[in-house]
Ligand binder design. Structure first.
Ligand SMILES: NC(=O)c1ccc[n+]([C@@H]2O[C@H](COP(=O)([O-])OP(=O)(O)OC[C@H]3O[C@@H](n4cnc5c(N)ncnc54)[C@H](O)[C@@H]3O)[C@@H](O)[C@H]2O)c1
Ligand SMILES: O=C(O)[C@H](O)COP(=O)(O)O
Length: 396
């Protein structure tokens, strides 16, 4: 069996190397089996019927029409936490840059001429004096992979840290230092913080999470950092707040044109995940989850289908994506029984309106597996079904 992967964006070689050349091609034709990408926007993309999965080498999946994929039975993966450290370090760097005019000082030194540079430096360095982060209040909105790391490290830098995340996962909650104060009301965090940093996904609900009302609740001296997504913040409201003296400054990783060339706004070119370590981590994780799904049907780290992992020990396995309605499994097992086959192993999980089933039957031949797939495909509410050949086991 060979698979073709359509690749958008630059994906780190260490990830691509996970696809062995004997079984994988890249961008070979118009009917790819899967898509591997970073920030390429797919909202206007028509997915060929052949596409089984989309893997996002990164965290945010707002560039992918996830609901449309789900309806088409396309499993969407991301790489939770794989670039979190890179974003954390960039946010910490920007916190430091926001309190000390480091770049302005360095640029000024470079402009000096004459034979008394040391004297000029000592006489004028007061122009570039700054402040310290220690003892200042940091509010973190979203305590997931990135927010939790920033909260912990900012505390270690001596900051007084509060975090707001009504939906925090149990796993992440375990990693957050008990010194980080959990705030249940966003307004409290907005009013109290000297620095506010946002680390939530862009969803319909989170669009303009920070707008004019929220900005009005912040201290006039507050610094707002956004390394999550541009659309989480109402940029026009930010510009107005800064120009009216209601907000000190805004630092963002998202280059919205109106934000450029403002002396109290720093705009970076979406650099959060751009370290070789993060790019490698994301590419490796995305490649592994995609390869596992294509070759075994097992699902891990999907944003639209449940995690299902079942040991694969038969020559052919059947993987079914269906609407989550009563008696679907009954209809599938009856179809299997009508053919006189015995089920060796079965795993079924649902997530919202959809469900996923892996079905192992001993000793199916390729022809029998295909005929079973054809029959299951006829059942109501089945969205997609495929037979997966075991990578090494041969039929009896
Ligand atoms: N600048 C970059 O290059 C870069 C890199 C990585 C991630 N990101 C962005 O950062 C986002 C977060 O990444 P992550 O890895 O921490 O994701 P994550 O899923 O681990 O964490 C997101 C957290 O936000 C919380 N959340 C959701 N809505 C919220 C709300 N309204 N208020 C408070 N908390 C809320 C969730 O409960 C979750 O704990 C990504 O979705 C992506 O958009 C940007
Ligand atoms: O959501 C993410 O992981 C980041 O925005 C990184 O995007 P990139 O892979 O395009 O740098």
């Amino acid at each position: 069996m060979t698979y073709d992967i359509k690749i958008f964006n630059e994906i780190a070689a260490e990830g691509l190397q996970r696809f062995d050349q004997a079984h994988y091609t890249f961008n070979a034709g118009k009917t790819p089996d899967a898509i591997l990408l970073r920030s390429q926007k797919l909202h206007d993309y028509t997915f060929p019927e052949s596409v089984l999965a989309v893997a996002r080498a990164g965290a945010g999946t707002n560039n992918i029409p996830v609901e449309r994929c789900t309806e088409q039975g396309i499993v969407v993966f991301n790489t939770p936490g794989a670039n979190a450290n890179a974003v954390k370090e960039l946010v910490l760097a920007n916190l430091l840059l926001s309190v000390r005019p480091i770049l302005a000082g360095a640029n000024w030194v470079n402009s000096l001429t004459g034979d008394n540079i040391e004297e000029q430096v000592e006489a004028n360095k007061k122009t570039f004096a700054g402040n310290e982060l220690e003892g200042k209040k940091l509010g973190v909105i979203g305590l997931g992979a990135i927010g939790s790391m920033i909260a912990n490290d900012a505390y270690r830098l001596g900051m007084d840290v509060s975090g707001y995340d009504p939906f925090v996962s149990v796993d992440t909650a375990w990693n957050i230092s008990r010194r980080v104060k959990r705030v249940l009301d966003l307004d409290e965090l907005l009013a109290d913080s000297d620095f506010i940093t946002i680390h939530v996904p862009l969803t319909e609900k989170n669009h303009h999470l920070i707008g004019a009302d929220e900005l009005a609740k912040m201290k006039n001296s507050a610094v707002l950092l956004n390394f999550a997504r541009g659309e989480l913040v109402d940029s026009q409201a930010v510009i107005r707040a800064i120009d009216n003296g209601q907000l000190k400054s805004y630092i963002t990783d998202f280059a919205e044109p109106d934000l450029l060339r403002h002396d109290k706004i720093i705009v970076l070119p979406h650099l959060g995940a751009s370290t070789s370590e993060a790019e490698t981590n994301c590419a490796k994780m995305a490649a592994s989850t995609l390869k596992t799904y294509l070759e075994t049907g097992n699902i891990k780290c999907s944003v639209n289908f449940p995690a299902v992992e079942m040991v694969f020990r038969v020559p052919y396995r059947i993987a079914i994506i269906n609407r989550n309605v009563p008696n679907l499994i009954g209809a599938v097992t009856s179809t299997v029984a009508e053919k006189g086959y015995n089920i060796d192993n079965l795993s079924n999980r649902s997530r919202g309106d959809f469900a996923y089933t892996l079905l192992d039957i001993n000793d199916l031949t390729a022809e029998q597996a295909q005929s079973l797939v054809d029959d299951i495909r006829q059942l109501d509410n089945v969205v997609r079904v495929r037979a997966i050949k075991h990578p090494t086991l041969e039929e009896a």
